[in-house]
Design a protein around this ligand. Structure first.
Ligand SMILES: [Zn+2]
Ligand SMILES: [Zn+2]
Length: 179
């Protein structure tokens, strides 16, 4: 998804497209890793406008995806959505110095471009990857698998509750493990 810099004017311009996975760098690898399956192309809406010394891009992404629940290990489908704003600046020495200042402001993403064309694909791919949950949950209240017998507690009760193991387990569950 590219645009010629000369075609960007002060008047905001809406670009809309359906981006197949292969056009977004890194997403095919994400899919092959098994963490996320893309069930649709990524719908991209970008509002592009020239502003002061930069180009402002407001973006809206969505895609239908299938994830694997980190508690019950079941597959589930969900909508991925991302809203973001990126400032593109022409790459030169001054802009590189400025970039460090710019990055201190958390919500603003500042990117440089070279030449007379901007390719949005790398930034779009990055936004998609940032939206993928580290620990996907099929539902907020997913009960997960029984740590003793392994049944899916969303579907079935088991008789392990109350055993010494599960008491120990529940005493520990307030701690956060970083694996
Ligand atoms: Zn689940
Ligand atoms: Zn059990």
């Amino acid at each position: 998804m590219k645009i010629r810099v000369d075609d960007i004017k002060d008047q905001p311009r809406l670009l809309r497209s359906e981006e197949p996975l292969e056009t977004l760098p890194g997403l095919t690898a994400v899919q092959e890793s098994g963490d996320c399956e893309f069930l649709s192309p990524v719908t991209v809406e970008l509002t592009v406008a020239r502003e002061y010394d930069h180009i402002r891009v407001k973006g809206n992404l969505s895609a239908r995806i299938r994830l694997n629940c980190s508690r019950c290990l079941g597959d589930f489908e969900t909508d991925l959505a991302s809203v973001f704003t990126i400032f593109f600046r022409k790459e030169d020495r001054v802009a590189l110095d400025e970039e460090e200042v710019e990055l201190a402001e958390e919500d603003l993403i500042s990117v440089t471009y070279q030449g007379d064309e901007i390719d949005f694909a790398p930034e779009i791919a990055e936004q998609v990857i940032m939206e993928l949950p580290l620990k996907p949950l099929c539902h907020e209240s997913c009960r997960g698998l029984c740590p003793v017998c392994g049944v899916d507690l969303n579907e079935q009760e088991c008789t392990c509750a109350g055993s010494s193991f599960s008491l120990k387990f529940s005493a520990l569950k307030d701690f956060k493990f970083d694996k």
